[in-house]
Design a binder for this molecule. Sequence first.
Ligand SMILES: C[S@@+](CC[C@H](N)C(=O)[O-])C[C@H]1O[C@@H](n2cnc3c(N)ncnc32)[C@H](O)[C@@H]1O
Length: 196
Amino acid sequence: MRYKAKPHTTRAFNEALRNSGGQGTVMEFGVRWGRSFVWFAQQLSIRYPKCRLMGFDSWKGLPEETKGIPVHRKHAPGRFREHRIHTEIALNDLGIFTKRVSLIDGWFSDTLTDSLKGKVKTPLLFVHLDCDLYISTIQVLRWIDSLLSSGTILVFDDLKKPENSGWGQRKALNEWMVETKWKCEVHEHKKIYMVT
Ligand SMILES: C[S@@+](CC[C@H](N)C(=O)[O-])C[C@H]1O[C@@H](n2cnc3c(N)ncnc32)[C@H](O)[C@@H]1O
């Protein structure tokens, strides 16, 4: 397995971390077999050893989308199911499964609690939302809302075009933008948003 993030994600990650002063947290929602998560962990271990990394996954694949919201066939319940052990082994083999790197197991609806929020080392620098569905993305955005600060970068891996506003990550982003006090500017690439 080659551990890497997509080019636009890599650029956004580097920018968020470069401007961080070396402290804070990176989060990924949707780890699967760790292709991008292990890459983030490698970067932190080499260049930003004081930053923390948190990965969230059910390890059961995708949940069912909210009723009434269209969903692509490739996003059926259970899709992308992968055992946590693959990511764990990769991190251990590379010697980078340190106490600054954590995997939080379970459905976001169970794991994204106020008590966990209290343990996050702010600022939240960079968030990779690779969880595909509306239901998962809106849960994440509502949870991270109070952890955000000016300069946090959000990358949506599966953001539909603006005209497809009725489903997926685009629907979640649109709804959250109405609810939140934060403004976001589109940043360099159409799937990247910087909180302002
Ligand atoms: C496209 S995969 C992630 C790919 C991964 N970033 C990589 O680079 O290999 C989506 C992942 O999101 C997880 N996921 C989606 N919605 C979730 C939810 N509500 N709770 C927990 N995990 C979820 C799935 O289990 C799946 O592993």
